[in-house]
Design a protein around this ligand. Structure first.
Ligand SMILES: NC(=O)c1ccc[n+]([C@@H]2O[C@H](COP(=O)([O-])OP(=O)(O)OC[C@H]3O[C@@H](n4cnc5c(N)ncnc54)[C@H](O)[C@@H]3O)[C@@H](O)[C@H]2O)c1
Length: 376
C-alpha cells in the first residue's frame, strides 16, 4: 500500500484553518468513507502565535505544535514529505528555503515571495534540492474558471487577443484576530498592497487566457488610507498575442470579480458565478458592422463569497502531488508564480515613474531552472 504524504504546516491562520486544513480533512474523510487509505496526513504545525497553536492543538489532538518553523524542521523533517506555507508573504521565502534545504517539497500560498530576488532564489533552491516548489494558484480551480477554459479550448470565441480583469473588494481581507489582522496593509509583512495580495491571481489567469507571457507592463496605484500600502491598483499588459488590463481595489462598493475575455469570434464575461458567452449567431468573426448577436448565460456555482476557497483546494493539491510523483521540481506553476512577482514589482516601478511602460525580461527560467526528474 502506498504511504500517505506526510505534511507539516507553517502559519495556522485564516486560509490554513478554513481552506487548506479543512480540505485535507475532507480529503482524508472521503478516502476513509470510500474504503481507501488517505493519501495525505498532517502531523505537525508551526505558528508564532500561541493562541493559534492552542486552537490547532484543541482541534487536532495529537498534532505536534512549534512556535518556530526552524524548530519544527529540526525535530520533524526526517519524518516529513512536505511543508505547506501560509504565513504572511514576507516569510514565505525563509520558510521555503529552510524546508527545501531539509529535503522537503513545498506548497506555498501566493504571492510566492515579496521580492524578485527571493522568488528566483526559491526556484533555484527547489532545483538544487530536487524537491517540488508549488504555488497555491487556486483561482484556476474555481468551477467557473474551469468553464472558461473549456469554452476557450472549444474554439467558440476564437483566438483571444484582449482580456480585462477586475477585482473589487470593499476592504482588505483581515487575517485572524489573534495575530495582526491588518498585516495586508503593513508593507513589512505583506510586501505591498492589493497588487501584492491579488496580483498573482490576476496575472496567472491572464497568462492562461492570452496563451502567452507579457513583454511589458505599466502600472498605476493610489492609497486612500493611512497605511503604507496601495489600496487601488491598475495596470496594462502587453502580450505577443494582444493586450490585457486589470483593476484591483480595496475601496470598492462591492465584493466581486469581473473578467472579460475577447476573441475574434466572440467573448466571455464572468461575474463571480455568472458566465455569459457572446457570439455571432452565424458563427463568423464579430469584427463586422452587423453581427447577429447570440448570448448564452449560465450560473456555475463557484463559492466566490467564501474567501477560504476550500472547495478549490482539492484539485490544487492533486497538482502538487502529481508534480511530486513526476519529479517536476519547478514546473509551469512555479515559473508563473515567479513571473507574477516580477510583474507586481515591475508595475510598482512603473507607477513610481509616472506609469511609464517598462519591459519585462524574457521568461528564461525554463532552461535555467526547470527540471523533471524521478525521485531517487
Ligand atoms: N489563495 C487564496 O485565495 C488566499 C486567501 C487568503 C490568504 N492567502 C494567503 O495565505 C497567507 C496567509 O493569509 P491569511 O489570510 O491566512 O493570514 P492570517 O493572518 O489569518 O494567518 C497568518 C498566520 O501566520 C502566522 N505567522 C505569522 N508569522 C509567522 C511565522 N514567522 N512563522 C509561523 N507562523 C507565522 C500568524 O500567527 C497567523 O496565524 C498569505 O500569503 C495570503 O496571501 C491566500
Amino acid at each position: 500500500m502506498k504511504k500517505p504524504l506526510r505534511g507539516a504546516i507553517v502559519g495556522y491562520g485564516f486560509i490554513m484553518e478554513k481552506g487548506h486544513f479543512s480540505a485535507y480533512r475532507q480529503r482524508m474523510e472521503r478516502a476513509r468513507a470510500e474504503g481507501r487509505a488517505p493519501d495525505v496526513e498532517i502531523v505537525a504545525l508551526a505558528d508564532v502565535c500561541r493562541e493559534r497553536r492552542e486552537l490547532a492543538a484543541r482541534q487536532f489532538p495529537g498534532l505536534r505544535t512549534y512556535a518556530d518553523f526552524l524548530e519544527l524542521l529540526d525535530a520533524e523533517a526526517d519524518n516529513l514529505d512536505f511543508v505547506d506555507i501560509a504565513t504572511p508573504p514576507s516569510k514565505h521565502a525563509a520558510v521555503a528555503r529552510a524546508a527545501l534545504g531539509k529535503g522537503l517539497h513545498v506548497l506555498c500560498e501566493k504571492p510566492l515571495a515579496t521580492t524578485i530576488a527571493d522568488a528566483r532564489d526559491m526556484l533555484e533552491c527547489a532545483v538544487a534540492a530536487k524537491r517540488v516548489l508549488y504555488p497555491c494558484h487556486n483561482y484556476k480551480h474555481a468551477p467557473v474558471i474551469r468553464s472558461v477554459r473549456k469554452i476557450i479550448d472549444s474554439g467558440a470565441i476564437g483566438q483571444v487577443h484582449l482580456v480585462t480583469l477586475q477585482t473589487f473588494r470593499n476592504t482588505h481581507a483581515r487575517g485572524v484576530p489573534e495575530w495582526r489582522p491588518d498585516w495586508r496593509r503593513e508593507r513589512r509583512h505583506s510586501g505591498g498592497g492589493i497588487a501584492m495580495d491579488h496580483g498573482s491571481h490576476t496575472f496567472y489567469l491572464a497568462f492562461e487566457w492570452m496563451r502567452a507571457y507579457p513583454t511589458a507592463i505599466s502600472g498605476r496605484m493610489s492609497n486612500m488610507s493611512s497605511y503604507d500600502t496601495e489600496d487601488d491598483f491598475s495596470c496594462s499588459l502587453k502580450f505577443p498575442t494582444g493586450v490585457a488590463s486589470a483593476h484591483l481595489s480595496w475601496q470598492a462598493g462591492m465584493r466581486k470579480v469581473i473578467y472579460t475575455i475577447h476573441g475574434n469570434h466572440g467573448a466571455i464575461r464572468v461575474e463571480d458565478d455568472a458566465i455569459e458567452v457572446s457570439r455571432n449567431r452565424a458563427g463568423h468573426v464579430v469584427g463586422a458592422a452587423h453581427v447577429d448577436w447570440q448570448f448564452e448565460r449560465h450560473e456555475i456555482p463557484s463559492d466566490w463569497m467564501d474567501s477560504s476557497h476550500v472547495t478549490w483546494f482539492d484539485t490544487l493539491f492533486d497538482g502538487f502531488k502529481k508534480s511530486i510523483a513526476e519529479g517536476e521540481w519547478v514546473g509551469k506553476e512555479a515559473e508563473e508564480s515567479f513571473l507574477c512577482i516580477q510583474l507586481i514589482q515591475t508595475a510598482y516601478a512603473s507607477a513610481q515613474q509616472g506609469s511609464r511602460e517598462l519591459p519585462l525580461p524574457e521568461l528564461d527560467l525554463t532552461e535555467q531552472v526547470s527540471t523533471r526528474e524521478s525521485l531517487a
